[in-house]
Design a binder for this molecule. Sequence first.
Ligand code: B1M
Length: 216
Amino acid sequence: MFGGGFEQLNRAILEGALEETEDLVKRMLEEGVNPLEVMNKGCIPAMEKAGELFEAEEFFLPELIMASEAMKRAVKLLEPELAKRGTEKKIIGRVVIGTVEGDVHDIGKSIVASMLSAAGFEVYDLGVDVPGETFVARVKEVEADILGLSALLTTTMQRQREVIELLTEKGMRDKVKLIVGGAPVTRAWAEKIGADGYAEDAVNAVKVAREMIASK
Ligand code: B1M
């Protein structure tokens, strides 16, 4: 069912069909499909399409919310399977992650958090709409190696810069490596605001985080 199955799952998510989404994901996992492939081919394209339809005003907020809800159900089923595939048992580093203040988009950030966790990082996911002060306090409290800031809106990208400024103000900038990400975020933006790393997706976020730990 794989090729067609991914399309079917994309459609179910897009339609916000919660039960169908869950059934399809469960079936794929039972059939031994790689959970990362289910995520990348069966789920993420549906959210990309939802964004396009929203932009074209063919989708409005209620549809977007339903599609997100279906996506979250899929992610919930996939998370433990992704974690099981994590080969490293030893904790390789501590990561504090969250979506910046004013921004409630949590799907991408949560995928990044689960993948980091599966890769052997101890992850402190602070959720969404997280004030800069909260990030800084948590980094200090858990002595994080890495701070990950997600932003999905062009307006909230600016908060990433502010968190970096706050870390500098508190004399903590050299204590933690910073990764930024989210749909509008680019490598150029990451460099401009002085972040240490940028990742376009969850797989790359793990790669960048590993490199950061290795170079410490
Ligand atoms: Co919103 N939204 N949304 N939304 N939403 C976008 C971002 C938008 C591009 C849609 C559009 O117009 N095409 C647009 C932003 C435009 C802009 O800023 N220029 C937009 C808008 C405008 C809004 C509202 C303002 C709408 C309104 O109210 N009128 C509002 C804002 C609310 C707020 O935050 N204050 C809003 C609300 C919502 C919902 C609540 C309905 C819902 C979110 C539900 C939820 O998360 N619980 C929602 C959704 C679902 C989307 C889209 C359609 C999909 C986002 C998503 O989940 N993608 C989105 C369109 C789009 O992005 N194509 C859109 C799937 C996810 C797997 O990808 O999040 O990109 P992504 O994460 C990826 C990478 O970016 C990366 O890895 C992830 C996995 O591969 N990544 C990182 C993410 N974080 C990372 C961190 C890292 C590293 C990599 O290191 C730390």
